[in-house]
Design a protein around this ligand. Structure first.
Ligand code: FEO
Length: 400
């Protein structure tokens, strides 16, 4: 038996919670779990929107049967083919063999490739409609939010947007689905972390999708992860808009690697000076302890980024280097940048960090950085202070 969760008179929530997995996509921590959301639209015809992770296929099916009984499902709408939403398609097809699978041409290539499904396909194109009775659905292609086949389905009758991953967040749904029923505080940082980790590379496609949606009278957003947004709908859209524009808040991430504490000592001086110069939001990340998921989220959150690295085998400290690749991959823009590091016989790290800044187009606020041989001495201490003062001054004068 399951509790029936209704979104509107004829839309039901049939998603599931995952509080078992440690790493989403085998990469990103989900200490508060995650939900895989799916929705049933019941009219003269019945449509199911997206499915759930393979681990939950049986539970998913029993939730659907709890609502429909023996009534069949006519359409399965696939807004997104990543397997956290598509892996139960075969189960659904076995139970409802005549179901029509609704998607675009790219959806169907993936459906064949992942699951060898080629029949009962109902192909839609941009702005096509599907009528279920009173309910009229219209489809919008939103490629690269965050896969190539991604699309959204707008229920014009109920003014409900089924948005796929967009507007989603990490965090299981503990007892409620509608944002008006639950305390949503835990979801805001998890929305930033979800966006930056999963969607972060695709700011431009997200902006194009937001422009496309801006003319719709959306009253409810049903994402594939996290709460259904009604009460906080505008706040949710605004967060996605800011993140996709890479609009960080006033603050600085000081991310560093340090084997024996010398680079870390420089990081401490820099952080102390930032705060002394009016920067309240200073987040320090030792890359040997903080994980990429949380570091990336903070880099999306704040305008300033200062990276410290020892020279290691004539290269950057490996965990710093790995983070640089993740930052590059996300095409993060509009960051004020500075760098520092230490070495024992040949300094290489600062040159590499300077090259990184040039490659990604960050504005360097203290040219040349600070590089210390062995432990921190007074002259380099003074330079660390100057570096941090330059960053604080740039942020204090920034329009954002
Ligand atoms: Fe939630 Fe891109 O899958």
């Amino acid at each position: 038996m399951h509790t029936t969760k209704q979104i509107t008179n004829n839309i039901y929530y049939v998603g599931v919670n995952d509080r078992t997995k440690h790493l989403f996509e085998s990469l990103w921590e989900i200490p508060a779990g995650v939900s895989y959301n799916s929705y049933l639209i019941v009219d003269e015809k019945v449509a199911l929107v997206d499915t759930v992770d393979a681990c939950y296929s049986d539970l998913f099916l029993s939730k659907i049967e709890g609502i429909l009984g023996e009534k069949p499902i006519d359409y399965l709408i696939i807004n997104h083919m990543e397997p956290d939403h598509s892996a139960s398609i075969a189960t659904i097809k076995r139970k409802y063999p005549s179901i029509q699978i609704v998607g675009n041409a790219k959806t169907f290539g993936m459906l064949d490739g992942f699951f060898n499904i080629k029949d009962n396909l109902y192909e839609i194109k941009e702005a096509d409609t599907l009528t279920l009775g009173k309910t009229v659905l219209r489809f919008y292609l939103t490629p690269m939010v965050h896969w190539v086949e991604t699309m959204m389905t707008f229920d014009e009758t109920n003014k409900v947007l089924f948005s796929g991953d967009a507007f989603g967040c990490f965090g299981a749904l503990d007892g409620g689905v509608l944002d008006s029923q639950i305390n949503v505080d835990k979801f805001w940082p998890e929305m930033e972390r979800y966006y930056s980790n999963i969607v972060g590379k695709y700011g431009c496609p997200v902006q194009r999708a937001l422009a496309k949606l801006s003319n719709l009278d959306i009253q409810t957003i049903c994402s594939t992860h996290g709460p259904v947004w009604q009460k906080y709908l505008q706040k949710t859209i605004s967060i996605y808009n800011d993140l996709s524009l890479y609009q960080g808040k006033k603050g600085v991430v000081v991310m560093y690697g340090s084997m024996y504490g010398n680079t870390e000592q420089m990081a401490e001086v820099i952080a102390d000076t930032l705060v002394a110069n009016g920067i309240e939001n200073v987040v320090m990340h030792n890359v040997s302890k903080s994980t990429p998921s949380y570091i990336i989220a903070d880099i999306f959150r704040y305008q300033g980024l200062i990276i410290g690295s020892p020279t290691y085998s004539n290269e950057l400290f490996p965990l710093v280097e790995s983070m640089l690749s993740k930052i590059k991959n996300r095409d993060i823009k509009n960051r004020y940048f500075a760098y520092f590091g230490s070495f024992s016989w040949a300094g290489v790290a600062n040159k590499k960090l300077a090259a990184f800044a040039e490659q990604v187009g960050f504005e360097v606020v203290y040219e040349g950085g600070v590089e210390q041989k062995f432990a921190l001495k007074h002259d380099k201490y003074v330079e660390c202070v100057k570096l941090a003062e330059s960053m604080a001054q740039r942020l204090n004068n920034s329009p954002l």
